[in-house]
Design a binder for this molecule. Structure first.
Ligand code: PLP
Length: 377
């Protein structure tokens, strides 16, 4: 099997699974328990919080574990709108955010918020000035992702943060960094966002665990889940100790030789871009620069047919975001491409385990698809 869908999720390396197993089977105490095993678990969770926080460039107390990236996005958006409820009910976001952000915004629209959805250019790029122009005195929140999951475009969050501080310092800034964490270099300390969402399963960690960075400008955030007081009283619920252990181990493994790994992935992306664009009718879509995502179109060939055909040959790629389950992608639609391009977009995404042989196998299968099927769009 050739797996080229790392933006959807990633395999868990053995040491991550071992760390989780140890917690599930041996150190299974509730971190709130008052006997030795419970107290030890509490310390362990705090050490693991430090590991993830260090990689994100923040203090451990600013990092709150969540059940996934989706939860972090929903939490951040609600928390920002709540904090700024006296300032106004206007939100600025982009048309190419993950559904977790877009659907949260739609829900808030039903509750009286007004949302501006910024359109990208035909490369999927959003500029800082465009975001700042949309900000008004009543803008409670700006939510712009760091890396787009379908195109690999990187958005200028630090520039947006600087501009916001000049234009409307009370406006809070959230960034969904689920596809950016340990993929593009950044630090919470210098990025300038008030909320940063991350998720473990995009970096070799388990599914079902993520984290939300909440910066110091967010005062007395309203608890997301009131209850027993875990996560500094903001998100109650017994800590998912095995998932947290897996998250921290995955972060440790990825940060060991991060700059080398990212350089290797970027070189692999260049190699893949050359291999795929050598196929007739195949071209790159969007101006993505993230090292792990390559969006392509085999112009005229329906993307779902490509995905099915490659799947039959043991190759896993995606026809856009895995979260859309066969529906046309809102990200690709936002680029306003010609119909025969829009309907033929596929996404190849890599991890540190991906080899040139994987790329060659995928390119050969795509060429076979091109040579043996008729274009239909
Ligand atoms: N945000 C982005 C950019 C994503 O790519 C994803 C997952 O595909 C999410 C949020 C949601 O993360 P999770 O699957 O952990 O809920």
């Amino acid at each position: 099997m050739v797996y080229l869908d790392h933006a959807a999720t990633t395999p868990v390396p053995r040491p991550v699974a071992d760390a989780m197993y140890q917690v599930l089977a041996e150190q299974f105490a509730n971190p709130s328990a008052q006997y030795a095993m419970g107290l030890e678990m509490k310390k362990q969770v705090e050490r693991q919080r430090e590991t993830v926080a260090r990689a994100l460039g923040c203090a451990a107390k600013q990092l709150h574990f969540t059940s996934c990236g989706t939860e972090g996005d929903c939490w951040a958006i609600r928390a920002a709108v709540w904090q700024n409820r006296r300032l106004g009910r206007h939100i600025v976001t982009t048309a190419v955010e993950h559904s977790a952000v877009l659907e949260s915004c739609r829900q808030l629209e039903q509750e009286g918020c007004e949302v501006t959805y910024l359109a990208p250019d035909s490369d999927g790029v959003i500029k800082a000035e465009q975001v700042l122009q949309a900000v008004r005195p009543d803008t409670a929140l700006v939510s712009v992702m760091l890396v787009n999951n379908e195109l690999g475009t990187v958005f200028p969050i630090a520039d947006i943060a600087r501009g916001l501080k000049r234009k409307n310092p009370q406006t809070l800034l959230h960034t969904d960094a689920v596809q950016g964490f340990l993929k593009v270099p950044f630090s919470a300390r210098t990025l300038g966002a008030d909320f940063i969402t991350i998720s473990a399963h995009k970096i070799g960690g388990p599914k079902g665990i993520g984290a939300l960075y909440i910066g110091d400008r967010v005062r007395n955030p309203r608890p997301l889940l009131p209850g027993g007081g875990q996560e500094a009283g903001l998100r109650s619920g017994t800590e998912a100790t095995a998932q947290i252990a897996g998250f921290a181990k995955a972060v440790e493994l990825r940060t060991e030789r991060l700059s080398e790994t990212l350089a290797e992935m970027a070189a692999l992306r260049d190699y893949a871009a050359a291999a795929f664009t050598a196929i007739p009718d195949c071209r790159i879509v969007g101006g993505g620069t993230a090292p792990h995502v390559l969006a392509l179109a085999l112009v005229g060939y329906p993307s779902q047919n490509i995905v099915n055909d490659l799947s039959a040959q043991g190759i896993c790629i995606s026809a856009g975001s895995a979260c859309h389950r066969g529906k046309p992608s809102h990200v690709v639609a936002a680029l306003h491409l010609p119909k025969e391009v829009q309907g033929s977009v596929i996404r190849i995404s890599f991890g540190p385990e991906t080899t040139r042989e994987d790329i060659d196998a995928c390119a050969a299968a795509l060429r076979r698809h091109h040579d043996t099927r008729f274009p239909r769009l």
